[in-house]
Design a protein around this ligand. Structure first.
Ligand code: FES
Ligand code: FES
Length: 167
């Protein structure tokens, strides 16, 4: 008698709540949240850099906390509130952190920028960063190949501490 591996459904229904809207998707159970967003919902603002949890380009917010969307399965996020870069801006305009990235030239090619901004929102939600060094340390999971780090920290500082030279 031949032992057979248990059959796995090719796809299954997964309901994700993204930027306030619940969407039903047919996904293979091993689909990452990153691939679900980009390939099945066309939310391509979230970037794929390393696909291994090392660059932060794929950062999104889940229930207000930042996570690497390449490191979680979409099916694990059912019932959670997912916010991508597309969902951050409000009808009245950009978030202050988005405007600060523009004002402080905090991007060059822009590839890392959605992840940087989502991560910055997560950092501010956490409330642990008190100093410039804290911001640098707590943003260290977001790599910028263009080296815009100084301006990124300046942008975050400008929102968190309107008078950063007093830090
Ligand atoms: S693509 Fe997810 S951390 Fe690099
Ligand atoms: S702006 Fe180019 S990778 Fe950060």
């Amino acid at each position: 008698m031949v032992n057979q591996a248990p059959s796995v459904p090719a796809t299954q229904t997964v309901t994700l709540t993204v930027n306030g809207t619940a969407v039903e998707l047919q996904l293979a159970p091993w689909t990452s949240l990153l691939d679900a967003l980009r390939e099945y919902m066309q939310l391509t603002g979230t970037k794929k850099g390393c696909d291994h949890g090392q660059c932060g380009a794929c950062t999104v917010l889940v229930n207000g906390k930042r996570i690497n969307s390449c490191l979680t399965l979409a099916i694990m996020q059912e019932g959670n509130s997912i916010t991508t870069i597309e969902g951050l801006a409000q009808p009245e305009g950009l978030l202050p952190i988005q405007q600060a990235f523009i004002d402080h030239d905090a991007f060059q090619c822009g590839y890392c920028t959605p992840g940087q901004i989502c991560s910055a929102v997560g950092l501010m939600n956490e409330g642990h960063a008190k100093t410039t060094d804290d911001i640098r340390e707590l943003m260290s999971g977001n790599i910028c190949r263009c080296g815009a780090y100084t301006n990124i920290v300046d942008a975050i500082q400008a929102v968190m501490h309107p008078q950063p030279d007093k830090l």
